[in-house]
Write a protein that binds this ligand. Structure first.
Ligand code: ADP
Ligand code: MG
Length: 240
């Protein structure tokens, strides 16, 4: 997915949060890192069409996102979202959580939607959990169901905002491994994460956001091995 950001700005009540982000690249797997409050979630939400920028433009595969409520739903439906809290429907089973959006949002016939949901849950190691409701699942299992739901309709891009930060440490790797497996099967994603080992291993490129600016961007090995700015050096704990 080609993503082009031109002088992207966002302020809340006049307070600038994104201060002019320029970006133009083919996104396959991208980690967005940086200190909290730097604007990572805001950037992801703008790219996902969940909130509008206050300045600048977003272009995806050559088409400008116009942030008009009439066209945003169809833009968003091409994407998959995973947030810190799974956001699953509590009254539905794991299977229904994955199948329902497929039939309601994407018009897949119900039996096919259930079949696809069952296949995905099995692939994610959740075959035995199909009939359970979210409260009967561990945090890690809930997050894997949320990822299954997000990829079920084969989105052109998956957007994940700190998908493991609400999890107990013992579940973190299950979820990170799953995201890494998605990469192997060709799913593209942008992930906001504080898991630096994961960012390095699972993401081709890394964007370092600091104080509302994109201070560094490039191959993940390059950024982690040779951070160019004092801000990234400090963030990675490498400043002498
Ligand atoms: P990060 O994800 O990097 O921690 P965020 O994008 O969540 O950063 O937030 C960046 C800044 O924007 C923070 O100072 C935050 O308080 C502010 N902010 C985010 N969302 C809102 C909002 N809806 N209203 C007001 N301020 C917000
Ligand atoms: Mg955030």
């Amino acid at each position: 997915m080609r993503m082009r950001l031109e002088h992207l700005e966002k302020g809340f009540d006049g307070v600038p949060v994104l201060r002019g982000i320029d970006f133009d690249d083919d996104v396959t797997t991208l980690a967005v890192i940086g200190p909290s409050g730097g604007g990572k979630s805001t950037l992801l939400r703008i790219v996902g069409g969940l909130i509008a920028p206050t300045g600048g433009t977003v272009e995806v595969d050559g088409e400008r996102v116009d942030y008009d409520e009439r066209t945003l739903p169809s833009y968003r439906s091409q994407l998959g979202f995973v947030f810190q809290a799974s956001g699953l429907f509590h009254h539905l089973s794991a299977l229904e959580n994955v199948a329902l959006p497929l039939s309601v949002v994407h018009g897949v016939p119900e039996d096919q939607a259930r079949e696809r949901a069952a296949d995905l849950l099995a692939r994610f190691g959740l075959a035995a959990e199909e009939a359970k409701r979210p409260t009967q699942l561990s945090g890690g299992q809930q997050q894997r169901v949320a990822i299954a739901r997000a990829v079920a309709a084969s989105p052109k891009m998956l957007l994940l905002d700190e998908p493991t930060s609400a999890l107990d440490p013992e579940y973190t790797n299950d979820v990170l491994d799953l995201i890494r497996d998605l990469k192997e099967t060709g799913t593209r994603f942008i992930v906001v994460t504080h898991e630096m080992g994961f960012a390095r291993r699972a993401c081709d490129k890394v964007a370092f956001l600091h104080g509302g600016r994109l201070l560094e961007y490039g191959e993940s090995a390059r950024l982690f091995d040779h951070p160019a700015t004092p801000e990234l050096q400090r963030f990675l704990g490498k400043l002498l």
